[in-house]
Write a protein that binds this ligand. Structure first.
Ligand code: GLN
Length: 452
């Protein structure tokens, strides 16, 4: 299997550009180890030898985790993140590192300082982001499954743009230990795969409590995949929030495909109920205040002294910080650090940050009220299909606004999945988003599995 995938990588990676690195010898050695255990008569585990790619912001011992930034050049990590440890304990082969927007800030993977990733469905289009490498690599069959991270949509949106499945788990279901933090109260690691079953299988492996992450939820769930058996939407109540169909820039094909998907679910026996999420219009402002505030705090540690690349042209410490950060961070990351510093400065703190926290509560309460009327919520993932390469650098505000349908789930801490539901007139994939309440993954996966 690993050999076949490496051959596929050889064939398509030059065009797609999904990976920032892959060590063929290491991957084959891990696969050989599984084969050797089997040859020695050992019964292999369910996941033994399974190649899984990880996003470049997930730490593995002995490897760089550059977050697609040049500021972390040359930093070799000394420990495994909890998700990598769990993959290895299950027998999986950690199969390369996927490209991403620098420090997961972006929606196109174009802010990567390492390379360009293209959408396998049209090489002139972006794969989405920030987990664009993970999505493009699954779509081009370079690897079977990948881990991404989702702070405001970075698993679901690229999954939608590339026509694959991407799951953002409930906040805390998967440990963040060893995930380089962007916005700690929003970040979640999750699976990206060709179908729902593979995502359920990966979630079985990676979820569970962790003494190294105090926000990880106690317990461990092992039957996400098993509970797909005979999954059915009959009798399920699916909420449709009008606000998610009325956003600015909603593409007619996206709307039509998602409505057709909802009609199909109804024909399969689901009950469709209108619900309201009235604070949706504040999601972008709230998200970009909280995410940038947390990002500027988290990224303060990259000072040229402790990690990665240092500017050595001076012996002045302040200048060392300035030059290391100015040269190491790209434009979008610098923009977010400045925004975050602004919203946290003493007066503005009350004006923006504290207010955003209050609106965040209102957004969470919107969902709680909606889930009194329905089991799951169905909506589009993104108002548009994959953008043309180069569009985003011209207008960052336009990119921020396109996150309107994904950021609320992170602000509320709930789970969401993107499942392919059609194509637009240019043959680009469209995703159906299903959102469930906190810890509602089982029902979420069952509905997604029944639909697909
Ligand atoms: N596109 C959003 C942003 O740029 C989401 C990123 C993410 O989920 N990591 O912040």
């Amino acid at each position: 299997l690993c050999e076949a995938l490496l051959a596929q990588i050889d064939k398509v990676e030059g065009k797609v550009g999904a990976l920032v690195s892959i060590n063929n010898e290491k991957a084959l050695a891990a696969a050989d180890a599984s084969d050797a255990r089997r040859a020695a008569g050992e019964t292999l585990g369910r996941y033994d030898g399974l190649p899984i790619t990880i996003k470049d912001n997930i730490v593995e011992a002995g490897e760089e985790a550059k977050c697609s930034s040049s500021i972390l050049d040359g930093l070799e990590n000394v420990y495994d993140s909890t998700v990598v440890r769990k993959l290895k304990e299950a027998g999986c082969v950690v199969f390369g590192r996927a490209n991403m927007d620098e420090f997961a800030m972006g929606s196109t993977t174009e802010t990567s300082q390492i390379k360009k990733t293209s959408n396998p469905h049209n090489l002139d289009c972006v794969p989405g982001g920030s987990s664009g490498g993970s999505a493009a690599g699954v779509a081009s069959k370079e690897f079977l499954g990948a881990l991404g991270s989702d702070t405001g949509g970075s698993i679901r949106q690229p999954a939608s743009f590339c026509g694959i499945v991407g799951l953002k788990p409930t906040y805390g279901l998967v440990s963040r230990f060893g995930l380089v933090a962007f916005a700690s109260s929003l970040d979640q690691i999750g699976p990206m795969s060709k179908d729902v079953q593979d995502s359920a299988l990966m979630l079985d492996i990676i979820n569970g409590e962790d003494e190294k992450d105090s926000t990880a939820i106690p317990g461990k769930i092992t039957d996400f995949e098993a509970s797909l058996q005979g999954a059915d939407v009959k009798g399920m109540k699916l909420g449709v929030p009008a606000e998610y169909f009325e956003v600015d820039g909603m593409d007619a094909d996206v709307k039509a495909s998602v409505e057709a998907a909802i009609a199909k679910l109804e024909a399969m026996g689901a009950e469709i109920v209108p619900v309201s999420l009235p604070h949706t219009k504040y999601a972008i402002a709230t998200y970009y205040v909280i995410a940038t505030a947390e990002a500027c705090t988290n990224l303060a540690r990259f000072d040229g002294i402790r990690y990665g690349k240092r500017y050595t042209g001076t012996d002045d410490i302040i200048e060392t910080y300035f030059e290391s950060r100015s040269r190491g961070f790209g434009k979008e990351v610098q923009r977010r650090i400045m925004l975050g510093t602004y919203v946290l400065s003493s007066y503005e703190d009350h004006k923006y940050y504290h207010r955003a926290q209050k609106v965040r509560t209102l957004i969470r309460q919107d969902f709680e009220k909606a889930y009194e009327q329905c089991d799951l919520i169905v909506a589009p993932v993104s108002p548009e299909t994959a953008f043309k390469s180069g569009e985003s650098s011209e207008d960052p505000m336009k990119m921020y606004l396109a996150d309107i349908l994904t950021t609320s789930a992170n602000l509320a801490g709930i789970c969401g999945i993107s499942v392919p539901c059609g194509k637009d007139k240019n043959d680009m994939p469209i995703g159906l988003q299903i959102m469930g309440p906190a810890m509602g993954e089982k029902k979420l996966l069952q509905a997604a599995y029944a639909y697909e």
